[in-house]
Design a protein around this ligand. Structure first.
Ligand SMILES: *Cc1c(COP(=O)(O)O)cnc(C)c1O
Length: 404
């Protein structure tokens, strides 16, 4: 076979406003292209130490076992379950979307028994319901909750979940794949025992690593296991020996370039500052929702339970949603997400994550939607959506000036 037919691959220019991956900063792209070091080179080990410090600041934790696991967010998910759930363990799993149901499947595959708390998609797990289940189901090894349910846009309140779990001697496991870097994730203050994330959502790095952190309670529970972790590749007791200063034992070859990229992405997070970054996500989401409201696209989750980085909006019947998404992609180079599972065809999921979360991107998307809707005759007064978003931005400048 001749290779002459294979041309250079040049990806088309895209504005990524879906559920991930998000846009990547040029500084991160540059870091990815740097020459390789060996995975035991002292200079590389120093870089790993910096990544651990930056991750602790991002997760707001002092946890020693804070690392970037090889693999995407799903690897973090499966690794945490494989290490903390032993055959015969019982786990309460909040199921209100795709990721909660995947976690339930993983608990079962690793030999655990799932006690699901199922609530409608788009809603969150009420803490009273969790307390009730905990009090009737002892002993429970772990409670598993998704902080940011990317399939529905719902934001799970977590502030009091950790102390509740401690009252019943259960570990609190939290999926923060979409939330980390976009809304507060306070691992220590909220008493989270195991928290994992991914790189391609609000951290704005390409997919390929799963940052995660384990409390001393979780580490203690690893040490108390009566059977070895069934996954060799994800066995935290082995992986921790590569990340720990004292040992640095080879386990598997670290994805060197991905770790370069993650370090740069985390440096960008902390240059901006976590609270400024969180405020930016909220403002852009407010502006987007104000604009979408003018197009009759209304948020699925109730006020107070919405994720700013994943805006899930329901669609009026008159709109051919698949057609609009393909026009956005093919004519404007803009990607947004459709619905999954029971929400297929009924919602859009518009991501404003990390580098994707910018005023110019919000205005570009709203303008494109107004043009497409007008062409199809679904909109008679174009311009109002962009105007509503612009008013949100000027209103926030005015109140910033007033408080300055
Ligand atoms: C994206 C996502 C995952 C899975 O991450 P991948 O990087 O796709 O493996 C898990 N949980 C949630 C809540 C997510 O949004």
């Amino acid at each position: 076979m001749s290779t002459a037919q294979y041309q250079d691959f040049i990806p088309p220019s895209r504005l990524l406003l879906g559920p991930g991956p998000s846009m990547v900063h040029p500084r991160v792209l540059h870091a990815l292209s740097l020459p390789l070091l060996g995975h035991l080179d002292p200079v590389f080990l120093g870089l790993m130490d910096e990544i651990q410090a930056l991750l602790r600041a991002t997760f707001q934790t002092q946890n020693e076992l804070t690392i970037a696991l090889s693999g995407t967010g799903s690897a973090g998910m499966e690794a945490v379950i494989a290490n903390l759930i032993e055959p015969g363990d019982r786990a309460i799993v909040g199921v209100n979307g795709i990721f909660g149901s995947r976690l339930a499947t993983m608990v079962e595959r690793h030999g655990g028994t799932v006690l699901p708390i199922e609530v409608p998609w788009g809603t969150t797990i009420p803490l009273e319901l969790l307390r009730d289940r905990l009090s009737h189901s002892a002993p429970v090894k772990a409670v598993v909750l998704v902080h940011a349910e990317t399939s529905t846009g719902a934001r799970q309140p977590l502030e009091d979940a950790g102390s509740l779990c401690r009252d019943y001697d259960a570990l609190l496991i939290v999926d923060a794949v979409t939330s980390l870097g976009g809304v507060p994730v306070e691992v220590d203050a909220w008493g989270i025992d195991a928290c994992y994330s991914g790189t391609q959502k609000c951290l704005s790095c390409p997919p390929g690593l799963a940052p995660l952190t384990l409390s001393s309670r979780a580490v203690h529970s690893l040490q108390e296991r009566t059977t070895p972790c069934r996954s060799w590749y994800f066995d935290f007791s082995l992986i921790a020996e590569y990340w720990a200063d004292r040992t640095r034992a080879y386990h598997h070859t670290a994805p060197i370039s991905m770790l370069y990229g993650l370090r740069e992405a985390l440096r960008l997070v902390h240059e901006e500052g976590l609270s400024a970054r969180i405020a930016r996500h909220q403002l852009n989401s407010d502006a987007l929702l104000a604009g979408l409201h003018k197009l009759d696209l209304l948020p699925l989750p109730a006020a107070g339970h919405r994720l700013p980085m994943l805006n899930c909006v329901t669609l009026p019947d008159r709109i051919d949603e698949a057609l609009v998404r393909s026009q956005l992609l093919n004519n404007y180079g803009i990607e947004i997400g459709g619905g999954l599972g029971p929400l297929r065809g009924r919602v859009w999921r518009i991501g404003l994550m990390g580098e994707s979360c910018r005023e110019a991107h919000v205005l570009t998307l709203l303008n494109a939607l107004e043009e497409i809707f007008t062409c199809h005759g679904w909109l008679t007064h174009p311009g109002r959506a962009v105007q509503a978003a612009e008013e949100t931005y000027t209103g926030s400048q005015r109140s910033a000036r007033r408080s300055a």
